[in-house]
Design a protein around this ligand. Structure first.
Ligand SMILES: Nc1ncnc2c1ncn2[C@@H]1O[C@H](COP(=O)(O)OP(=O)(O)OP(=O)(O)O)[C@@H](O)[C@H]1O
Ligand SMILES: [Mg+2]
Length: 369
């Protein structure tokens, strides 16, 4: 065993010995010096003096051991036991030495406060989880109910639309009722859109994946959005990504997502402005960025906009973004939002080239290999 390993072993011994050994060392050296001095000066009753001094040393050592035990060892054991219980998920565990009034007691109190905080945080998280679960179940039931209702309403509504159409055709060209009928027809289209949204929210269709050009998919959405703003001073700008590899996606669904974002951007512009869509390649994926310079989203609304039925628009259903995020997730992608109030909003969709868990027939991969 070389010196290094002895030193290593020595540093590996318990802290009690590390504290104790120097004391024993000093005591031993002082007693040895004292013995030499006693013998050199031929002090009378030297045996008794040396015995007395040694006894004194032994008592000091015991006292020191007792102090170490009471002051440090017990709290340490208590702390170890409590940490163990906390680790086993028992957050009611507390250290007892927190009652002491010294520094170690203060350490104990701080430790107990930390565990109390952990306990509080955990019960808050559990409460939140319970509420979210309840909400999810509630939404699922609501979704089913809405889907059933939507089905029931759609057929009679189609009948009403037909009748209104016939009435419109039979009215004389100069009849003032024509304007009212146009309003009725617009409202019917509005209700039909809401019903369609509700149905796709309650029963989203699973994506049909195949490799396709994402530039084209996005361009289709841009063309549709431009139709909506033909008569308004709003520009819809589009920058495709050059040399983009094929992206495995459902073009109809992704087009719906981008169109939703574009329409939201357009609806957020009070007068004139621009909505921009950029595509850019990323590591194993593509980033689709939809940006507008409209009124922006207030910070308190940012956390809610992806939740179903959250809307600030009179004629909105609040399902657009919740549907969009569901579709992006079904593609293995993510959607995020940034916004500065008064300056606009930016939605960023990250799509993988190949959604996870999607298996394509041989030779139909993203790059057509
Ligand atoms: N680009 C944007 N700028 C400002 N606010 C936005 C933007 N996009 C979304 N929002 C806010 O998020 C809300 C939810 O949007 P979402 O698309 O889900 O529903 P909606 O547009 O209100 O209704 P619809 O179901 O017809 O889409 C909007 O009502 C609006 O307050
Ligand atoms: Mg919308």
């Amino acid at each position: 065993m070389n010196v290094l390993s002895i030193v290593r072993r020595a540093t590996g011994i318990g802290w009690q010995w590390k504290a104790f050994i120097p004391v024993i060392g000093v005591l031993f050296v002082s007693l040895s010096v004292m013995t030499v001095v006693v013998y050199r000066h031929n002090i009378p009753n030297k045996e008794w003096v040396i015995l007395g001094a040694f006894s004194f040393g032994v008592v000091i050592c015991f006292l020191l051991l007792a102090v170490l035990l009471v002051l440090v060892e017990r709290p340490l054991e208590d702390l170890k036991r409590t940490i163990d219980r906390v680790r086993r998920d028992d957050l009611t565990a507390r250290v007892e030495f927190a009652r002491r009034t010294d520094d170690i007691g203060q350490l104990g109190r701080q430790f107990n406060q930390m565990v109390e905080q952990l306990e509080r945080n955990r019960s808050e998280i559990e409460e939140l989880h319970r509420r979210e679960m309840g909400r999810a179940e509630h939404l699922a039931t609501l979704g089913e109910l809405a889907a059933g209702l939507a089905h029931e309403i759609r057929n009679p509504l189609a009948g009403i639309a037909g009748v209104v159409d016939v009435m419109g055709k039979e009215l004389p060209a100069d009849s003032p009722s024509r304007a009212v009928l146009v309003d009725v027809q617009n409202e019917i289209v509005h209700i039909q859109n809401i019903l369609n949204d509700l149905l796709s929210y309650a029963r989203p269709r699973p994506p049909t994946f195949h490799p396709a050009d994402l530039n084209t998919t996005v361009e289709q959405a841009v063309l549709l959005a431009r139709q909506q703003v033909r008569t308004r001073p709003i520009q819809v700008l589009y920058t495709p990504a050059p040399n983009l590899p094929m992206v495995v996606h459902d073009p109809a669904l992704i087009q719906q997502v981008v169109l939703n974002l574009l329409l939201n951007g357009i609806q957020a512009i009070p007068q004139q402005g621009t909505v921009e869509v950029d595509l850019s390649p990323e590591d194993n994926g593509v980033l689709v960025c939809v940006k507008d310079n409209g009124r922006g989203i207030p910070p308190e609304a940012l956390a809610k906009i992806f939740k179903p039925f959250f809307t600030t628009r009179k004629e909105g259903t609040g399902l657009g973004l919740s549907l969009a995020s569901g579709i992006v997730q079904s593609h293995g992608g993510t959607i995020e939002v940034r916004s500065t109030i008064g300056q606009g909003a930016q939605f960023r969709i990250h799509l993988p080239l190949l959604p996870p868990k999607v298996r394509l027939p041989k030779g139909a991969g993203p790059s057509g290999e």
